[in-house]
Design a protein around this ligand. Sequence first.
Ligand SMILES: N=c1c2ncn([C@@H]3O[C@H](COP(=O)(O)OP(=O)(O)OP(=O)(O)O)[C@@H](O)[C@H]3O)c2ncn1[C@@H]1O[C@H](COP(=O)(O)O)[C@@H](O)[C@H]1O
Length: 107
Amino acid sequence: MSDTLTRLTEILAQRRQADPESSYVASLHHKGLNKILEKVGEEAFETVIAAKDGDTDQVIYETADLWFHSMVMLSHLGLEPQQILNELDRRFGLSGHDEKAARSQEK
Ligand SMILES: N=c1c2ncn([C@@H]3O[C@H](COP(=O)(O)OP(=O)(O)OP(=O)(O)O)[C@@H](O)[C@H]3O)c2ncn1[C@@H]1O[C@H](COP(=O)(O)O)[C@@H](O)[C@H]1O
């Protein structure tokens, strides 16, 4: 995992026990899954709008917000970002054709 993702993962784990008054991450966990999912949806929408507008600086900014809130969601669900990276790595081993077959077998 990249140093940035590793560092952020560690900080997010620490902040689960932090004071919601002083930590934004703790405040999201305190508000619960629905609030976290609302933020993921909001940031995804803002990313799409920035891309449609062709505003590349804004795309970078909003995608960072989207990745960050997605990582808070994973943390809330007890999942590790490494599990997502493992899934992406697994797909490297599949051709487009094999990938479709694997997906249809999963269903
Ligand atoms: N990477 C981030 C990060 N990215 C975005 N944000 C926050 O995400 C929010 C983005 O939502 P919006 O733009 O909708 O802003 P908002 O209006 O304040 O949000 P709402 O009131 O609608 O919930 C802002 O409050 C940003 O500050 C982040 N907050 C924290 N981090 C990282 O998380 C670490 C822990 O943060 P704390 O929990 O605050 O200590 C920090 O050290 C950073 O590394």
